[in-house]
Design a protein around this ligand. Sequence first.
Ligand code: CTP
Ligand code: CA
Length: 226
Amino acid sequence: YRTCACEKDMTGMKVLITAGPTQEAIDPVRYITNHSSGKMGYNLARACMLRGADVTLVTGKTSLTPPLFVETIPVVTACDMYEAVTERSADMDLIIKAAAVADYRPAIVASEKTKKADGQLSIELERTDDILKYLGDHKKPGQFLCGFSMETQNMIENSRKKLDKKHLDMVIANNLKEAGAGFETDTNIVTILTKDTTIELPIMSKEEVAFHILDHILACKDAKNE
Ligand code: CTP
Ligand code: CA
């Protein structure tokens, strides 16, 4: 990738990417979140833009600068992300869900700061809607759907279940326990899964991982249209 010019092989494609963590309020002061930095999603958005696509990035709160020439939509909660994505998904050719979406949120958000008291505190949590599952159930003809899968055990088996259950075309699996992979690093180690292929990529920068993922998506899209 370092020596040749970037090919504009995504010209005319409409792409939606999600990135970063969601935040779910407990009270006006506290929230539940995860370690997602947004780096993988932002690198994907920028790579799609460089390859000529028309890119929308729906992002949870991160410390990253929004990429140039990308329409960036900031969101906070899983519910916000669900709305921002489903509002825009219908006319997208490609959707990549790199965001780390909360699976649960506090059932009741306290309107005032919770004061400490003696003993333990429990917070009741309720499920959020699965955005990717919705997209898989409402997939438009020709639309390509790529999810991410974060696992600490049985990575391939669990990620294949997500591919089937959410009707995805591709899942990018990463094992949080591998050094150089996962949330806060600039590198990643991923396995690209489709219905009939398993491709393990070596450790590389998240920027480079993004370009490899797009190469594989374009190859799958071409194969599907032949
Ligand atoms: N995802 C989503 N909406 C949710 C939860 C997850 O769109 N409410 C998406 C993520 O963006 C990711 C994929 O689903 O692309 C897989 O997320 P992951 O957390 O790895 O798997 P889950 O299906 O949520 O299952 P679990 O957390 O139990 O492993
Ligand atoms: Ca999850």
